[in-house]
Design a protein. Sequence first.
Length: 546
Amino acid sequence: MHRSAHLDTFARDHLPPQDQWPEMHFDLPELQFPERMNCAHELLDRWVAEGHGDRPCVIGGDGRGGEIRWSYADLQAQANRIAQVLVHEMGVVPGNRVLLRGANTPQMAACWFAVIKAGAIAVATMPLLRAKELGQIIDKAQVTHALCDAALADELETARAQHPVLYRVCLFRSQAADGLEALAERQSPHFENVDTAADDCALIAFTSGTTGQPKGTMHFHQDVIAICRCWPRSCLKATADDVFIGSPPLAFTFGLGGLLLFPLSVGATAVLLEKASPEALLPAIARYRASVCFTAPTSYRAMAAMLAQPGASVDLSSLRKCVSAGEALPAATRQQWKDATGIEMLDGIGATEMLHIFISHTEASARPGATGVAVPGYRARVVDDEGRELPRGSVGKLAVQGPTGCRYLDDERQRHYVKDGWNLTGDAYLVDADGYFVYQARTDDMIISGGYNIAGPEVESALMAHPAVAECAVIGVPDEERGQLVKAFVVLKPGHEGDAALVKAMQDFVKATVAPYKYPRAIEFRASLPRTETGKLQRFRLKESA
Ligand code: 3UK
């Protein structure tokens, strides 16, 4: 490891032992990193230094009903002022963990860069987290400082009262005399970035995991740049003229990459929406003439349904690339979106542990129902329980390696995610005859019924193509006779009645498209399905209720 710039050595002290790290690969010429790098330079300062400071950088709300439009030079100046506040007013030293809490806004982006520039470690948190969950994160990452949107201060204050390690909180988008804006205004817009090592920790991202103690994943300055040089270059192919928009929070690495790092890495513009429900996202694409959209499959389904309403008129002529991640993209959803917009979506599987997407495709090589192939820079395979590569067509565990990988902060679960140098994502996959990776299920969500292995998402994909289905989820519920029974929870499109005749019609529909033994023997109609803030279905909650 290189000489660290961190005075607070907590992060390095709590990395997993080297023999538990995944094997890393830096096979591409663009993955040769210098010893010293601060990723804020590459993403932000460089553009200003090269004369592009006037180009539009971030757009979003100012918290008072108005709009912020910052150029690269504006974002740089704002980040520099905040970095001065961190260092001179809040006492941040390199290596400290700084918690960030806020919706997606330009000011949140400025705070993220300020933390990075100051050589501290960004710990971004989901806006919906409550005091208890914030407390777990503060404890685990030993967070000492926080920058928090004034609108979300209450839960953080409650958490701080119970976790005194967090001793300094500064509120942004606040009118207070000691608010971040007031403090920043008094500072110089110039800041000398801390000269971090390429392998100094830049961020700790907590997994959007559904149960138990949150896991913190540690990512270095070079990891941030590595993800910008892999998937965006080989699959997304965006340019400086693109306008990025989407829904995932910046605290979710899908959102951090898609809505901040990737646009800035090519000198493009990022629209940061505080509210990005499908109802809000669709008109925002038109309003900002966005060209690249990042969101989850459920959101594309809802937007496609809105576009299919009689009389719907939204000008999506600016849109050219649509990225789906977080959950498997059913073939029916890909088709629905193509019918509505003419756009072939880009699906990609990423993970917080890997920082971003590692299996994906281009528009031209999209294959309905498959995630794609390993992104150049990464390698992927399907293995059995002993880690042996399986032949094509066999379902096994997805294993990946690349320039990024899993390093849990002080966590025994490192041994489960990384085995024999491979990252095991917890997903069951198969490789088809043409080498495409086809998602099956989370490994612990495979349904075993009457001796058959059934992947819930495959049944969901089949059901999703039924004209009455808006959303659905398929799980295994305990059954005396079969061990588990395939059960579907279905949200109907408006105008459909969930009666016995429809249950029968849906069962027949599934039997006609997949092997009949997979059909849902039980179907329950629901008004909505439980989802995380990142659009992931919470199967465990359906299992609990079943
Ligand atoms: C699932 C997918 C099928 C899969 C993420 C893009 O989702 C992200 O990170 P998380 O840590 O969850 C990881 C798990 O989510 N998944 C994600 N994408 C897909 N399954 N097809 C997909 N396209 O189970 C994976 O192991 O929340 C996604 C970029 C950054 C991310 N952090």
